[in-house]
Design a protein around this ligand. Structure first.
Ligand code: AMP
Ligand code: TRP
Length: 342
């Protein structure tokens, strides 16, 4: 049976990249799959989190799930720390994964920067916890943004090594689901950097809770280049994707165009056709209107939900119980496979 699992960290300021790269895709998958969506608070504390902010930030992600259209009556929404299976399986995976594998992880290198000696051990073994999140439910498909591809390859390696070491076919080898026209949304100030919560400039990202004026203002100020907008001749030979060289030459232009494509639900090819030769000023006006139209109601619903923490907490508790009921038998089987005395 197919099962979807994905996670989002409660580190504050959910942005357009999280929405287009991940959360929006979560919504559509509910029709065809059993879905489990997790607010990964244990991942968040691999870097410092203000304890006073962690619970409100957890509710913010849950509110974004709900406001975007995830239905808690069908899908499971919960926060990671309420289900002990994640930490338990992560320990076993700490003993399966190899140091050499973790040493290759680019996200660790980026986040630890020049201060590797000072990074938490949790940040280093973060991908093992992520593998545990997914495999505690024997999930088969994982929708994420492009930046998580390497972590999912590690999850596959862990499942394969566990199965080999213990001569079993217990864990599935998961498939990443990286789709849509904006799998990697870039900063509005610098098309070579990913849109991220850690960027010090508020103008680099559109937050899901931004009001209409902020959204429009950020798009107006977004970096562009002096040329007119590109047209369909920027497409690669497949006629579907933007040519790599073209994209590299004008990263800001193609970032804004992919945001437009993703929000409008049309392909990048149609979008290039629509705006070929246009001035950025006219295009930005339309992008701002579209963004306010699509994101405004989500932001407003998030604000409404965040003002009612009891309601959100109830949904998370209920989700945690349902999640634990799936994960506990898996953990029991793992203990038996590993040989722990019971
Ligand atoms: P995080 O906030 O790091 O927990 O990310 C949550 C989800 O959003 C993951 O699936 C990421 O891949 C996705 N994501 C984060 N930033 C971006 C971005 N700039 N573009 C596309 N997807 C993103
Ligand atoms: N590492 C993911 C991110 O930073 C979040 C995450 C944690 C996750 N566990 C997961 C995503 C399991 C998918 C599946 O975006």
């Amino acid at each position: 049976m197919n099962r979807i699992f994905s996670g989002v960290q409660p580190t504050g300021d959910l942005h357009l990249g999280n929405y287009l790269g991940a959360i929006r895709n979560f919504v559509g998958l509910q029709a065809d799959f059993e879905c489990i969506y997790c607010v990964v608070d244990m991942h968040a504390i691999t870097v410092w989190q203000d304890p006073k902010q962690l619970a409100p930030h957890t509710r913010e992600v849950a509110a974004a799930f709900l406001a975007s259209g995830i239905d808690p009556a069908n899908s499971i929404i919960f926060n990671q720390s309420q289900v002990t299976a994640h930490a338990e399986l992560a320990w076993v995976f700490n003993c399966v994964a190899r140091m050499g594998w973790l040493n290759r992880m680019t996200q660790f290198k980026e986040k630890a920067g020049n201060h590797r000696e000072n990074a938490s051990v949790g940040l280093y073994v973060y991908p093992n916890l992520m593998a545990a999140d997914i495999l505690a439910y024997k999930a088969t498909h994982v929708p994420v943004g492009e930046d998580q591809k390497q972590h999912l390859e590690l999850t596959r390696d862990i499942a394969i090594k566990f199965n080999n070491d213990f001569e079993t076919d217990f864990f599935p080898v998961v498939e990443p689901l990286i789709f849509g026209e904006a799998t990697r949304v870039m900063s509005l100030r610098d098309g070579s950097k990913k849109m991220s919560k850690s960027d010090p400039s508020e103008y680099s990202r559109i937050n899901l809770t931004d009001g209409a004026d902020d959204i429009a203002g950020k798009i107006r100020k977004a970096k562009t280049d002096p040329e007119e907008l590109p047209g369909p001749d920027a497409l690669a030979e497949d006629g579907i994707h933007v040519d790599d060289e073209a994209a590299k030459a004008r990263p800001e232009a193609f970032n804004l165009l992919s945001i437009y494509a993703a929000l409008s639900g049309q392909s990048i090819a149609v979008t290039l056709d629509q705006f070929a030769g246009a001035q950025f000023s006219a295009f930005k006006g339309q992008l701002a209107d579209l963004s306010v139209e699509k994101l405004g109601p989500i932001g407003a619903e998030m604000q409404r939900l965040m003002a009612d923490p009891g309601h959100v907490d109830g949904i998370l508790h209920d989700g945690a119980e349902r999640a634990a009921a799936i994960a506990e038998p898996v953990i029991r089987d793992v203990h038996e496979i590993v040989g722990f005395l019971r």
